[in-house]
Design a protein around this ligand. Structure first.
Ligand code: PLP
Length: 356
């Protein structure tokens, strides 16, 4: 074998809180594509180089795997008997998969009726114990935090610092490909763990002298679930982007720190803007991402219209596409710009329908 990616713990071991004693539980996550989106940049007349970090290419289809490999490995090292998480879907899918690999029981608490079917399917097939509560993500998170404090189960939400440690490796990968940090990094914000993780990763590479610059962090929340933008928790968060339907983010103050220290911003985009970006990414770039992922591209489009990127021509911007579009194919079919037509099995009739 000439070359084999070994997963984020082995590839970035020097920067992670692991020792030789840590049992490494990996599905070879990371090493996701950083794709230059020339068609999209041209379509919106963005005079910057636009790159999409496609985290849907991780083993369970979202960036959560980067954090989960570290959180589950450390839980095993520390003798955990079970792990628990609250989830809008992808955390449970990832915890269930890595828990299966580690032979650790996994308990997931999800908001009933508010997660994409693909994510539920993953958690169930990986044999997690799934409890759907009649409430939203924020109440699910309160419950798992309390349970993890009172019972011998380890919390693997992004309140667990090992999650943030693993997720920061995405910033390392981007820097390793580009040769430095980008000028801007745009990212969707839900529970705010990921913006926290990226900022930590960029700061570490900068402090070590590996990168010469720091990016401005641009976070985007959905308009109906934008507590950081509004400045107060949202009781009843609403958005089509279920992965970021969160009213009281656990890493709120770290997200604000990332915004302020980097000279960036955290703003909101509407569901219409999210869906427009979702369709453009798939139709112009051939990349199928989640609606939540598209929030950051929607945000970049909005800020560009406002003239925010004036003076940065030729510089680099990276958008993190956090999860895979196949998690929720029904939504894609519902909003797709085209539908299909049916025809009898007859060449002439099919040719006519094609318009040849
Ligand atoms: C978890 C998740 C988010 C939000 O990330 P946070 O760290 O909670 O801010 C965004 N998109 C997708 C697809 C996710 O799974």
């Amino acid at each position: 074998m000439r070359y084999r990616w070994r997963g984020v713990i082995e590839e970035y071991r020097a920067y992670l809180p692991v020792t030789e004693k840590t049992p490494v539980i990996t599905l070879l996550e990371g090493n996701t594509p950083l794709i230059e989106a020339r068609n999209l940049a041209e379509y919106i007349s963005l005079p910057l180089r636009l790159f999409l970090k496609y985290e849907g290419a991780n083993p369970t289809g979202s960036f959560k795997d980067r954090g989960m490999t570290v959180a589950i490995s450390k839980a095993l090292e520390e003798g955990a008997k079970a792990v628990i998480c609250a989830s809008t879907g992808n955390t449970s899918a990832s915890a269930a998969a890595y828990g299966a690999k580690a032979k650790l029981p996994v308990i997931v608490i999800i908001p009933e009726g508010a997660i994409a079917l693909g994510k539920l399917a993953q958690a169930l097939l990986h044999n997690a114990k799934v409890i759907a509560i009649e409430g939203n993500f924020d109440s699910a998170l309160r419950i798992v935090v309390e349970i993890s404090q009172r019972y011998p189960v380890t919390l693997v939400n992004s309140l667990n610092p090992y999650r943030i440690e693993g997720q920061k490796t995405a910033a390392f990968e981007i820097s390793d490909v580009l040769g430095d940090a980008p000028t801007f990094h745009a990212i969707p914000v839900g529970n705010a763990g990921n913006i926290t993780a990226y900022w930590k990763g960029y700061r570490e590479y900068y402090n070590l002298g590996i990168n010469k610059k720091l990016p401005k962090m641009l976070g985007f929340q959905a308009a109906g679930a934008a507590p950081i933008v509004e400045g107060h928790p949202i009781e009843n968060p609403q958005t089509i982007a279920t992965a970021i339907r969160i009213g009281n983010p656990a890493s709120w103050r770290y997200a604000v720190k990332a915004r302020d220290e980097s000279g960036g911003l955290i703003e909101k985009v509407t569901d219409e803007e999210i869906l427009e970006a979702y369709k453009l990414i798939s139709s112009l770039e051939g990349i199928f991402c989640e609606p939540a992922s598209a929030a950051c591209v929607a945000g970049v489009m909005k800020k560009h219209k406002e003239g925010y990127f004036k003076g940065y021509e030729g510089e680099t911007i990276v958008c993190t596409l956090t999860g895979h579009g196949l998690k929720d194919p029904q939504l894609a079919v519902n909003v797709a710009p085209t539908s299909f037509v049916t025809a009898p099995p007859d060449v002439q009739k099919v040719v006519k329908l094609i318009g040849l």
